[in-house]
Design a protein around this ligand. Structure first.
Ligand SMILES: [Zn+2]
Length: 439
């Protein structure tokens, strides 16, 4: 019942309510609106536009700066040329705050990792369903060139798994801004300039996820909120067909990185637009649909396989080059801090050495040749990763207990401190490694 399009048609009602509720909390606002709209059978969908309107009303003092950001991002995007920006992979550190009322909502690490896998496939055009993109749009599949890590270092530089867990007594706390505050039953954000905060919390029956647009909400509330039933692909999400493939989060992070729905904010009259040239204008959202033949609206074919539609998870497959530029403009502008964060770099400070294994690095410091050995209980398989100081993965290799990995350090690696992380089913182990060739 809170589909943005349906909601937009009730604009006078909406503003009446927004005027009334300046100081009333959002949950009450939403329940009031639900009553006003009746008991609709509308399926749940994205709440980003709804909350965007609400934040703009609630925090007028933030909107001037946010509008200036939009202007400068548009100028950056207009000047963008791929050749001026040599491809560098950007890795965004993510912290997942699991805020749960009951035990099933306290989702497993496996379910969280399944979401990271989806993000890292979809934002790299490495998803397995690219073949569903209609031939006419195949040349508009973009590798956005960004990846996501679960933070390995918290804002104080200490070891972390990138996951926080907080029990709450509140129902549907995900639709309420209380979810962003520990003292209100939620979980405080980590420095939102340097981490993408994702709250996984119950959002009730109308909204699957929501996100803040750059600069429009207070920093403490900046990020993405996803219902645990639609986060990742395993556990609680496995039974959530058609939203069971983790694409709610792909879509909401799209909003967080300043992407709009392809119809802009206006359905269904072809008046809106998303500010991206290569996503055709549309007046359909394809909610709960999965077209298998070409679809058209507003005088052009619809790209219903675009992640910013409402199409079923299985039927979403692409971002476009134009959307990529809009995202890169955001990461060069208001969200620049994410690209400078040390959050992905493992910290040895306070690291909990996992009792079942440890990593031997020798010699340390190394002068050009280094040996890694995984010690501990037999039969453990893990993944060895070496990170540079901004968290970029430089080397990745499987490793098992008792196995030795010998590495001749590539000449282009600069002398300095690197992070080495080993992850097995039994946990994560992080260690610092120093490369020092010069005497
Ligand atoms: Zn949306």
């Amino acid at each position: 019942m809170l589909r943005p399009d349906l909601f937009a048609s009730l604009a006078p009602l909406r503003f009446l309510f927004f005027d009334m509720v300046k100081k009333i909390n959002l949950a009450l606002l939403l329940s009031t609106l639900c009553l006003a709209l009746g008991t609709s059978q509308e399926p749940p969908s994205c709440g980003a536009d709804l909350y965007r309107d609400w934040y703009r009303q609630q925090y007028p003092e933030l909107q001037e700066q946010a509008a200036e950001w939009q202007e400068s991002m548009a100028q950056w995007a207009a000047r963008y040329e791929e050749s001026l920006h040599p491809r560098t992979l950007i890795t965004i550190p993510v912290v997942v705050h699991v805020v749960y009322k009951d035990e099933p909502q306290n989702i497993s690490q496996e379910q969280i990792e399944s979401q990271l896998e989806v993000l890292n496939a979809d934002y790299r055009a490495a998803n397995s369903n690219l073949d569903i993109v209609p031939p006419i749009f195949q040349n508009l599949i973009a590798d956005v060139g960004i990846e996501f890590c679960l933070a390995a270092q918290d804002p104080e530089g200490k070891f972390t798994t990138g996951i926080t867990r907080q029990a709450t007594a509140k129902d549907n706390i995900g639709i309420d801004t209380d979810v962003h505050y520990t003292d209100k039953g939620g979980a405080d954000a980590w420095d939102p300039l340097h981490y993408l905060n994702i709250w996984v919390a119950d959002m009730g029956d109308n909204i699957v996820g929501r996100a803040t647009f750059p600069g429009e909400a207070p920093l403490a509330e900046d990020g993405v909120v996803i219902d645990p039933r639609y986060f990742g692909t395993t556990g609680l999400a496995a039974g959530s067909d058609p939203y069971h493939l983790g694409r709610t989060t792909v879509h909401e992070i799209g909003h967080y990185l300043n992407l709009l729905h392809p119809w802009g904010s206006a359905l269904p009259d072809c008046a809106g637009d998303d500010g991206v040239l290569d996503t055709p204008q549309t007046d359909e959202d394809y909610l709960l649909e999965c077209p298998t033949t070409l679809q058209a609206s507003c005088g052009s074919l619809d790209m219903y396989t675009n992640f910013m539609y409402y199409t079923n998870d299985a039927c979403l497959a692409q971002f476009t080059p134009g959307q990529k530029v809009r995202i890169l403009a955001t990461l060069a502008g208001p969200r620049l801090g994410l690209t400078l964060s040390a959050g992905c770099l493992p910290s040895a400070v306070g690291a909990k050495a996992v009792p079942e294994f440890s990593l031997s690095i020798r010699p340390n410091p190394s002068a050009g040749q280094v040996v890694f050995e995984l010690l501990g209980k037999e039969g453990q398989d893990g993944r060895l990763q070496i990170f540079d100081s901004v968290g970029k993965v430089l080397y990745e290799e499987k490793i098992s207990t008792g196995q030795v990995r010998s590495l001749k350090v590539p000449a282009q690696w600069a002398d300095g401190v690197y992070g080495v992380r080993v992850q097995t089913e039994n946990g994560i182990f992080a260690e610092r490694w120093i490369l020092m060739r010069s005497k």
